[in-house]
Design a protein around this ligand. Sequence first.
Ligand SMILES: [Fe+2]
Length: 265
Amino acid sequence: MTTVLQVSDTHIVAPGQMVAGRLDTAASLQKLVTRIGDMLPQIGPVDAVLVSGDLSDDGSRESYAHFRALLAPLDLPLFVIPGNHDCRAHLREAFADDGYLPQTGRLNWHRQVGEVDLIGLDTLVEGQGGGVLEDETLEFLQDALAKVGQRPVLLALHHPPFDCGIWFMDAIGLSGSDALTDLLQASQAEIRILCGHIHSMMVMSVGRAVAISSPSPCSSFAFDLRADAPKGFLTQEDGFLVHQWQQGFRSVRIPLEGGAGPFQF
Ligand SMILES: [Fe+2]
């Protein structure tokens, strides 16, 4: 069995700072790290932790150092992709020692983790909320999928390749997802797409693949499909996802708060 945990949209800033004047994102991430630590004996061995973008809220060097310090107690292999709040140069610099990020260009990467091929794609357009799959990134994916053959794939990109129905998030969605669907269609692999951005868990079919978005530990967006839904975030904190491969993929959401029990039926 191969197990990858997914954490997303942690929006960390320098120590002592708040996000949007009200979110203590470091305290939220600390709670999540404690929760993950508590769950590890139940989940079993973990091969990697994937962080699907918006590690930082402001892209500062201090925020990435703070992020690394907050995740350090887990002592698990960490793989990251950039989100729209990240700064490509500072993120690359902060994680350069881990060896999987390219030294130049977009932060696209491919590593084998247990029985699974983990592929990270860079959809960041600096200065914009929306993301894009550039030709360079699509070519990288095409080459990676050719090498993968029929092995199972976890494909990570920050911006979901589907509409979530929340108007102000779809307004900063992903360009180039039709080309992505075509590439997936041509692959023989079983592919699960892992995203972030919309601070809520949704599951969608994207061509032959299943796409899943992760909740965020620091905030969420209301599932409000009205055309005049109020724009903004909720202070609701949420947990993380567990993705496991054993003949097929299993994906589970673990909420930040565990319930009382177990009690006898
Ligand atoms: Fe985010």
